[in-house]
Write a new protein. Sequence first.
Length: 304
Amino acid sequence: MEKIIEIENLSKQFKDIKAVDNLNLNVYKGDVFGFLGPNGAGKSTTIRMMTSLISPTDGKIKIFGSSLNEKRNEILKKIGAIVEKPDFYGYLSAFKNLEMLGKISGKEISSKRIMEVLELVGLEKRYTSKVKTFSHGMKQRLGIAQALIHDPELIILDEPTTGLDPQGMKEIRDLIVYLSKEKNKTIFLSSHILYEVELVANRMIIINKGSAKVEGIVEELLNSNKLRVTFEVDDTEKTKLILNNTLWINKLETELNGKFIFLMQQEEIPGLNKYLVQNDIAVKAVIPTRSLEEYFLNITQKES
């Protein structure tokens, strides 16, 4: 597979603080790559080095197969990015802002293209409005439009759903999937909203204290963990008696108000459900939970 981003032994030192410590990662063509870590883990510092806003203390960054240090301008022309909070000229319209930023990119950006990206982020009806009248979430959408304006091959998004309501977050999530599946874009997505990453990313890395803790395919990483499965039943006392005489009791984590929470493998769920029903226990709900957030916390809290 073609590597779009190759980071090798990357480090960044700020006086006494090592923000990034010997980081290695690979992003392949077509990936939606989740870049995860708690606050202060080194995510923004890494992105700033990837976009040539700051220089590494040590290590190598290759993008599109070339050294960022050696072919900076050539590489950056093929990247669209939101790095931290996007900023605009408040007295200009959304359209005029994108028109100006398009010229800075060095490409000839047509009015049609500007309206296309505004429509993609749901701002086409406000294209003549001054940006100073925009909400924080609308400015965030405009930032994504800015990142897309020159049709980049690689899109780097640092917290793209910040300030958006649930509907807006879903729209950005759908946009990321569209750009990946329909437009064949490679997307590097940094976010603290782990649920969002779980829904859209195919590969991910979790970093903590500046270095990588785990990297791989999202589905495989999550499937390697047991699930917490909640069984909601009608008769709590009878269920307790039945479970006490079985090996299922070893998998029971807790019971609260008629809800029994087990730590188990996915394939074990039907067996337990069948056993309870055969013993005249009405199972009102079975709720498996294996979130990326739980996995993330398990990884990062080991070192806290």
